[in-house]
Design a protein around this ligand. Structure first.
Ligand code: PBG
Length: 328
């Protein structure tokens, strides 16, 4: 007696049939490529813990964007690394800030990419926290409500420069509605918000903090990022962001949190993004450089698992590689 599932599996030796019954596919159209922009000219500096990921000055960023467009990747997300940082991260919302100038240049060059900007303060503050730090009941911590005002200013300045989507990653409470309100008031009612809704206080961000020079100089982010132990709380956070007006919700990191991706997809039905973060990237790069794993096969399997869990969009440092793999 051969059961139907087994019969299909046997027939999968025929690759045409295998493709007909394949449930999940990766497409280059699912991918968002993260980029780090720095001040200066002619700079393309590799991040030591992230091979083939660079800090790019705006001129080099433009070259990179053209390549990304040519590969058919539809979107990028930009992180800015300013020259000067201060207590309140004031360059984050300056019209002459690094991101604002970068976005303007990409749009002037008429590059056909969806430009998403990361809205957060950790790259801009001298202390490396994601907002304004004040002394609270239990010591120094980020002041949620003061930070909301400057996050809204930052988001508006990105959109004024030409950003297509803003992506708040700070994890302050109420930020999606604060940003939505500020954008609407300025006439940007149609600009979507991609909210980093379930962002866990994860050790997988280590290499990113080196790339973005954004490690906190004291303490950690556990008071505003989520406890990796709390899946139900993650769903409540997502629900709040949706009520506040998020158009796309994100789960971050991806790989160790695919249960959350799957639940979010089932429960809310909104487009779901997941962030295949720096630590996930660096582990694969390290293992494959030692010959322990087959990088291409592992990357494709991991991204497929994110799609299978329910992700519609994947932010990944492997985007360019995957675009090439899919063409082979
Ligand atoms: C905060 C931000 C972080 C990442 C994206 N946005 C770092 C953090 O929360 O410390 C991490 C992304 C990655 O690890 O690839 N602006």
């Amino acid at each position: 007696m051969i059961f139907p599932e087994v019969r299909l599996r046997r027939l999968r030796q025929n690759s045409l049939l295998r493709e007909m019954v394949q449930e999940t596919h990766i497409s280059v159209k699912d991918l968002i490529y993260p980029l780090f922009v720095v001040e200066g000219d002619g700079i393309k500096k590799e991040v030591p813990s992230m091979p083939q990921v660079y800090n790019l000055s705006i001129d080099k960023l433009i070259e990179e964007c053209k390549e990304i467009e040519g590969l058919g990747i539809p979107a990028i997300i930009l992180f800015g690394i300013p020259e000067k940082k201060d207590e309140v991260g004031s360059s984050a919302y300056s019209p002459q800030g690094i991101i604002q100038r970068a976005v303007r240049r990409i749009k002037e060059e008429k590059i056909n990419l969806i430009v998403i900007t990361d809205v957060c303060f950790c790259e801009y503050t001298s202390h490396g926290h994601c907002g304004i730090v004040k002394k609270g009941k239990y010591g120094y911590d980020v002041d949620n409500d003061l930070t909301l005002e400057i996050l809204a200013k930052q988001a508006v300045s990105h959109v004024e420069a030409g950003a297509d989507i803003v992506a708040p990653s700070d994890m302050m409470d109420g930020r999606v509605s604060a940003i939505r309100k500020a954008l609407d008031e300025k006439g940007y009612k149609l600009i979507p918000i991609l909210a980093y809704s379930a962002k866990f206080a994860s050790s997988f961000y280590g290499p990113f903090r080196e790339a973005a020079q954004s490690a906190p100089s004291f303490g950690d982010r556990k008071s505003y990022q989520m406890d990796p132990a709390n899946g139900r709380e993650a769903l409540r956070e997502i629900e709040l962001d949706i009520k506040e007006g998020a158009d796309i919700v994100m789960v971050k990191p991806a790989l160790a949190y695919l249960d959350i991706v799957s639940k979010v997809k089932e429960r809310f039905g909104l487009p779901v993004a997941c962030y295949n973060v720096s630590g996930e990237y660096s582990m694969i790069k390290a293992a494959s450089s030692l010959g322990y794993i087959d990088e291409k096969k592992i990357v494709l399997e991991i991204l497929l698992s994110m799609k299978r869990a329910g992700a519609d969009l994947i932010l990944t440092y492997f985007a360019k590689d995957v675009a090439k793999y899919l063409k082979e």
